[in-house]
Design a protein around this ligand. Structure first.
Ligand code: NI
Length: 183
């Protein structure tokens, strides 16, 4: 178990397209890749994130982890059990979109309003190498879009349509949170 250092905006690793994982490396339960996934989960929990992508801990690999239960940064959203996704790909982005205030462990002090598709189809592998295909909607769909963007060198700022809706966390709470129930 280890908490890894989080790469912050400006670190080139966040702007690279991450490498595909060789699924054979998942089969060794005591192997380096499985312990790296555990470390990603520890890091996400320690830092209070809802998701974390491997490039955010300085490994340019196609792995994301998600978990959500009553995170104070995103109150009231439905829960997501702890999940590791290997080589995840999204498709069939719905035309219906919703706006939500996102933040990111790599831009920890910022919140920005981002429009994302309400539902997406996920194809990935779990940490045992089993295939996953599912339609995802709502908050989970937003988290998936945010995290999988990291695997393609994108951060939420790149998805913002209006940079006047970018705020520091403290100003977000003071000026935007009460006015905007979108969160
Ligand atoms: Ni992020």
């Amino acid at each position: 178990m280890a908490v890894l250092k989080v790469a912050k905006l400006g670190n080139p690793v966040l702007r690279q397209v991450a490498k595909q994982v060789d699924l054979k490396e998942l089969s060794d339960q005591q192997g380096e890749l499985q312990s790296f996934i555990d470390d990603m989960i520890d890091t996400m929990r320690e830092e209070g994130g809802v998701g974390l992508a491997a490039p955010q801990v300085n490994r340019s690999l196609q792995i994301v982890v998600l978990e959500y239960e009553n995170n104070e940064r995103y109150p009231g959203e439905s829960s997501i059990p702890v999940t590791a996704l290997i080589n995840p790909v999204l498709s069939d982005y719905s035309e219906e979109k919703d706006s939500g205030w996102e933040s990111c462990l790599s831009l920890i002090d910022f919140r920005g309003l981002v429009r994302r598709s309400r539902s997406v189809t996920l194809n990935a592998y779990d940490r045992e190498g089993n295939k996953i295909e599912k339609r995802s909607t709502g908050f989970e769909a937003v988290v998936l879009q945010h995290e999988i963007d990291h695997l393609n060198g994108k951060v939420f700022l790149d998805r913002m349509e209006d940079l006047t809706q970018l705020a520091y966390q403290e100003e977000f709470e003071e000026f935007w949170l009460k006015k905007d129930p979108v969160l």
